[in-house]
Ligand binder design. Structure first.
Ligand code: ZN
Ligand code: ZN
Length: 682
């Protein structure tokens, strides 16, 4: 009999060393252990307990633990360790307290996991107590324990304490450096985090993927392109670029710094791409003004068998919004359960925004109403959408509702409201909203609010007031603010102020061609030939190129792109034939091509040679020949619609009987029966 037990116990021991493939299997061995009275062998029990955590269910571990009569420090440590690895942080701390009640003291194996639990729970009080015990237990030179202390202090925001502990570690390993780097990032000191990384390399250590991902996050956060590129070189040198996490962080870094070319080359070089890297690239293209590339990549991702996640979906909807590609946006959104949109504010906002920017405020409104959780971002998207599509009263009304539902407005809410005022020319309301920001809502107006106000005042002809506001700004005015004032000057033909404005703009954005051209035209018109010539020579010295104007139109789920004077479209011949027809019809309807706008419009698109074939005219001609007679035509343009095209499209909408919607970089123009929704005010 005793040899049988010996046999069985030997078999159990062998099993214990082999491990278990299921909880059932483990329970079976545990039961045998109890039957044979071997459960008093704390070594064997400890092994069973350790394995019990492998199956993601801590209930059974608790049962094993509580059945032991006198758990020793090893069992307590295994328990704490297992619970922390299973993210059961409060329970691990409970076990610690019962261990103290048993009169047991934590040791160098207890501290790291317990400290991790404190860090995750942000329990600095217990953490500090434990730090005292670390010293008492003589563990203050243990690198593992100290690294956990650095992490804890960093996570809880006590960066000075974190650094003190870190500094005292005699032999700092990569994990310790990573902990202090993360600590600095956590409190927003990204510059220090990057410096720490440099010191890590100076020490001759080789960073691991964790430290690289962290330091890249720091570069991304502060947009430090130079450090990021240096780290990129280093990563390439040591061959870490093959690590999917490191490569994805690198992609993310370049995307956020706006260097899509480099992001793309890292992405293309990745041996395995996960959904995170795909989404990062798609969102990157969308947010860096390359919507067509975003869509192409989205289709490529689907082809590779990936289902879009929240980020990819936001990216693709943002691209569709930009291109006015309603059909595609609708189709893409159907790849995901509608409920997911209604329950997720980030997704819902993207969908509302897409519909609003594609001129379907009705659909946007439906999504907004269905949203289960409306946070400030969702409300703002709806207010901006209403403002953009000219439903100004509704936007003001929604703002009232938002306040009633207890949501505090933020800066973006006021951008939406001021934008509504601008589109409807409501100067008094705009002034009131602007003032109320500080007086009622204790919000400090940011540069974009000044930009909106300057736009509003400038368009309405209050150019002096607008100029005064720019001069009174607490911050330096940027190109957007001066650009808004330029718009006002253009609209009201103010050639004096425009000179001041253009000089500012040239200083702020020296590579923007439009400002030079416009200024040289203004000089020419007022017979200042020398000044005009000087501007043109500066332009050629600096090698400045013009921004081309693009228009996009979506037909049957395909986005077609047109450049000014473009002949690359497969249907080009037919498009130009249609354009010729339109010119004849335009003349018959009494329209005369205007050169009146030349002085102020030249910077948008080349005028002299291409007056008849601006990109939006080409897109509309294509729309007319490739859609059904009653279809609306939707065109999106990356620049402002010029005065001449605006006039022509009004006529075209009348004699073709088509509704034509053009969204330029500023607003919607809904042309219908000879007039435009902007009332010639844009
Ligand atoms: Zn035009
Ligand atoms: Zn218009």
């Amino acid at each position: 009999m005793s040899s049988l037990i010996l046999n069985k116990s030997a078999r159990i021991k062998i099993r214990l060393f082999q491990g278990f493939n299921s909880l059932k299997h483990l329970k079976h061995v545990h039961a045998a252990l109890l039957r044979l009275g071997l459960d008093e062998d704390s070594y064997l029990l400890n092994k069973v307990l350790r394995f019990s955590f492998n199956f993601g269910n801590t209930n059974y571990s608790h049962r094993i633990f509580h059945q032991t009569k006198e758990p020793n420090i090893f069992l307590f440590n295994t328990m704490i360790h297992g619970l922390v690895l299973n993210d059961s942080f409060p329970e691990s701390i409970e076990i610690y307290h019962s261990m103290r009640k048993e009169g047991l003291s934590p040791d160098s194996f207890t501290f790291p996991f317990l400290l991790k639990a404190c860090a995750r729970l942000l329990d600095s009080k217990l953490g500090i107590k434990l730090h005292g015990l670390v010293v008492k237990a003589g563990c203050e030179s243990d690198a593992f324990v100290n690294t956990s202390l650095v992490s804890l202090y960093g996570k809880c925001g006590f960066i000075d304490n974190a650094f003190k502990v870190f500094d005292d570690i005699p032999e700092k390993n990569v994990a310790a450096w990573t902990a202090i780097i993360s600590g600095y990032i956590g409190v927003g000191k990204c510059r220090e985090a990057i410096d720490m990384f440099r010191r890590l390399l100076d020490m001759g250590l080789r960073p691991d993927s964790f430290s690289l991902v962290r330091v890249l996050a720091a570069c991304t956060r502060i947009g430090d392109l130079r450090s990021g590129e240096w780290i990129d070189d280093y990563i390439t040198k040591i061959g870490m670029v093959r690590n999917v996490f490191v490569a994805t962080s690198l992609v993310d870094f370049y995307v956020k710094c706006g260097n899509m070319e480099r992001a793309c080359s890292v992405f293309d070089g990745m041996l395995e791409k996960d959904i995170v890297s795909w989404s990062s690239m798609i969102q990157g293209y969308a947010s860096n003004g390359l919507p067509k590339e975003a869509l192409d990549l989205f289709f490529k991702m689907l082809n590779e068998g990936f289902r879009p996640d929240c980020y990819a979906m936001v990216g693709v909807l943002c691209a569709c919004a930009r291109l006015g590609a309603l059909e595609l946006g609708n189709w893409a959104s159907n790849l995901m359960d509608r409920n997911e949109f209604l329950g997720n504010p980030v997704l819902g906002t993207a969908l509302i925004d897409m519909y609003a920017k594609c001129g379907r405020m009705d659909s946007a409104w439906e999504v907004f109403r269905g949203m289960r959780k409306k946070d400030i971002v969702v409300w703002n998207a709806a207010i901006s959408g209403l403002a953009m599509s000219g439903h100004v009263k509704a936007a003001f009304g929604l703002f009232g509702q938002m306040e009633k539902s207890g949501i505090e407005p933020d800066g973006n809410t006021f951008v939406g409201l001021l934008c509504a005022c601008t589109h409807a020319g409501l100067v008094d309301e705009g002034r009131q909203y602007f003032k109320s920001m500080e007086r009622v809502f204790t919000l400090t107006p940011e540069i974009e609010h000044y930009g909106c106000m300057v736009d509003l005042l400038g368009r309405a002809g209050f150019l002096d007031e607008a100029h005064q506001l720019v001069k009174s700004m607490p911050m330096e005015a940027n190109a957007i603010v001066w650009g808004a004032l330029l718009g006002g000057c253009r609209l009201h033909r103010d050639t004096q102020l425009v000179e001041v404005v253009l000089k500012q703009l040239i200083a702020l954005e020296p590579s923007n061609s439009g400002n030079y051209v416009l200024l040289s035209n203004i000089y020419s018109a007022s017979h200042k030939w020398e000044d005009a010539a000087k501007i043109r020579s500066i332009m050629s010295e600096r090698g400045i190129k013009k921004v081309p104007g693009y228009s996009w139109i979506e037909v049957d789920g395909v986005v077609h792109e047109f450049l000014v004077g473009d002949t690359s479209h497969p249907l080009s011949e037919k498009i130009y034939a249609k354009l010729g027809e339109l010119v004849t019809d335009l003349k018959a309807s009494g329209y005369v091509p205007t050169t009146d706008y030349v002085l102020f419009d030249i910077e948008e698109e080349e005028k002299e040679h291409f007056i008849g074939c601006h990109s939006e005219k080409l897109a509309i001609a294509f729309g007319l020949i490739s859609t059904a007679p009653n279809d609306k035509i939707r065109v999106v343009k990356n620049l402002r619609v010029c005065g001449d095209c605006h006039e022509a499209i009004k006529h075209i909408s009348r004699f073709t009987g088509r509704e034509i919607i053009v969204r330029d970089n500023n607003r919607f123009h809904c042309f219908n029966d000879g007039s435009c929704s902007c009332k010639d005010y844009w």
